[in-house]
Design a protein around this ligand. Structure first.
Ligand SMILES: NC(=O)c1ccc[n+]([C@@H]2O[C@H](COP(=O)([O-])OP(=O)(O)OC[C@H]3O[C@@H](n4cnc5c(N)ncnc54)[C@H](O)[C@@H]3O)[C@@H](O)[C@H]2O)c1
Length: 395
């Protein structure tokens, strides 16, 4: 079998994790050819450090690879995906699949929190249909990098569901932290929304995946979401908010808290919480309440390692876990973030799947359902929590 060639788009935070994880993939013949970032210096720095090529344009990179790894901010995903699919390249894409950003001429005065969510949902549904069509027509495989799906916790739960033929009655999940590291995330035009899309897409993706597993086990067909009720708030922008400097609070036009109540086609439910106002490191979990078992999937923080640091500066530079503000005192350390958060397993599955010409566990349909649900949730939040249908695209 021919060696697969990979090009990475975007040379930021997550690209470093991807590169490290690619290095740990086994049993698949591939080569990381190079990287393209719109900021030339970032491409050059990333490439030089890792001994790969820095491409001048995305198109140049496309022409030299078989697989594109999309690690750019959400507003840039859709264009990259369509171009890659039309060129017949397999795609790995970071969450969220895509999001709403207005045409660039409107960027200067755009305010996402005030813009019509009905119009956004319409535009998103049309983009999702285009991507679905482009991938189908060009026979392209798609790995949706929703790492929750690949955490050891969610994969063990999937095994329990398959073995016991469980019926999942309700689930709830959360991702929250003290505010995103990426500067762009304060602006809707770059991030395509706030907490609901940025952190909420993770537990939503994990919960949707488990319902898919349940359906595929019992009837051979995934169980998909049909409607959502949601609210969003920007708590750090409240007039009375007292800023102690611990939480990020420079949001321009995005929310820092949101929740969504999703109803699936079998009438069961999932509740998703997303926020950027939680101290203590990243707060990631899914609770599963089934007809034959209960599972608490505690992704972070865990007590796998509890370390007391009396304040020695030697701890500087040790990864404790994402979003922790101090490394003094009692610490709940993530033993291997790439493994615990599923980054490693998602890379292994994507490359194995591409080599075997099959769809990965976290597939395009999961990505489409999650994105359609998030923008239906934004519309619901605009209507102060009125239920909104989630359009079914594909399948
Ligand atoms: N799965 C996770 O846990 C996780 C964590 C962080 C980020 N992410 C996702 O990864 C993606 C990137 O986030 P990040 O935190 O790495 O952001 P980042 O800001 O650290 O890096 C993004 C890079 O993309 C570059 N870029 C912007 N537009 C581009 C374009 N059109 N073409 C090429 N390069 C472009 C920027 O210059 C920057 O270097 C986002 O979709 C985000 O949601 C996922």
């Amino acid at each position: 079998m021919k060696k697969m060639k990979i090009g990475i788009a975007g040379a930021g935070f997550i690209s470093s994790h991807h590169f490290e994880c690619m290095r740990r993939v086994y049993g698949v013949d591939f080569e990381i050819v190079g990287i393209f970032d719109i900021i030339r210096e970032k491409s050059l720095e990333f490439a030089k450090k890792r001994g790969i090529k820095a491409f001048d344009t995305f198109e140049q990179m496309l022409s030299e690879v078989d697989i594109v790894d999309i690690c750019t901010p959400p507003f840039a995903h859709a264009g990259n995906i369509i171009d890659a699919a039309k060129a017949g390249k397999h795609i790995m894409c970071e969450k969220p699949l895509l999001g709403y950003s207005p045409p660039k001429e409107e960027w200067e005065h755009f305010n996402g929190s005030k813009a019509s969510k009905e119009a956004m949902l319409k535009s998103i549904v049309s983009e999702l249909k285009k991507i679905h069509k482009a991938a189908e027509e060009n026979g392209v495989l798609f790995a949706y990098f929703e790492n929750f799906v690949y955490t050891p916790h969610v994969q063990k739960e999937a095994q329990i569901i398959k073995k016991t033929k469980a019926q999942l009655l309700r689930m709830m999940g959360e991702e929250a932290h003290k505010g995103n590291h990426a500067g762009y995330s304060s602006y809707w035009k770059y991030a395509c929304g706030g907490s609901l899309i940025s952190t909420g897409s993770h537990p939503m993706g994990g919960i949707f995946y488990l319902k898919r597993v349940e359906g595929e086990t019992t009837t051979g067909k995934p169980i998909r979401p049909v409607s959502v009720t949601a609210r969003t708030h920007t708590l750090t922008k409240l007039k009375g908010y007292r800023d102690e400097g611990f939480l990020r609070s420079d949001y321009h036009d995005v929310e820092d808290y949101g929740f969504a109540h999703v109803v699936f086609e079998d009438g069961t439910v999932g509740d998703i919480f997303a926020g950027a106002t939680v101290l203590g490191g990243i707060n990631d979990y899914i609770d599963v309440y089934a007809n034959n078992h209960t599972s608490r999937l505690t992704i972070n923080p865990t007590t796998l390692i509890e370390t007391y640091n009396p304040g020695t500066r030697e701890f500087d530079g040790i990864d404790i876990n994402y979003g922790i503000s101090t490394n003094d005192g009692w610490l709940k350390i993530s033993p291997d973030e790439n493994w615990m958060y599923g980054y490693l397993a998602e890379m292994q599955d994507a490359l194995e799947s591409f080599a075997a010409k099959r769809q990965p566990k976290s597939c395009l349909q999961l990505a489409i359902d999650t994105t359609a649900a998030i923008y239906a949730a934004y519309l619901s939040a605009e209507k102060a929590g009125q239920e909104v249908s989630i359009e079914r695209i594909g399948g």
